[in-house]
Design a protein. Sequence first.
Length: 136
Amino acid sequence: MLEARAHGWCGATVTKLDRLGRSVKNLKQIADELHDRGVGLRALSQGIDTTTPGGRLFFHMLAAIAEFEHDLIVERTHDGLAAARARGRSGGPKFKMTANKIRQARAMYDGGGHTVQEIADTFGVSRPTDLPAPAG
């Protein structure tokens, strides 16, 4: 940064663009705010300098490509989930507690001889699992 000041540079310097913003949208917003304030942006590893027309073009091309890639990933994920549903599969974990196990856990709890933790340990689940809630 000191070298940049010696050469008349007035701007923000980052090693990589992903260090500046959390998303493409956020990165474009930050770059626009800097541009509106008359502040340039340099990304050293990508060779981007937004104080030049070519640098601004390259920045926006990279942002557009990143956004396109993100949209493709989202589209493929939705397509994959739809194909899995068509094959009768659903996402998420498999339930450990069947209806029969829930009835057994309820009977153990209603009998009053076991704590919720003991019941959870018996069925090999954690306490937050869908164990019978206390009646009342």
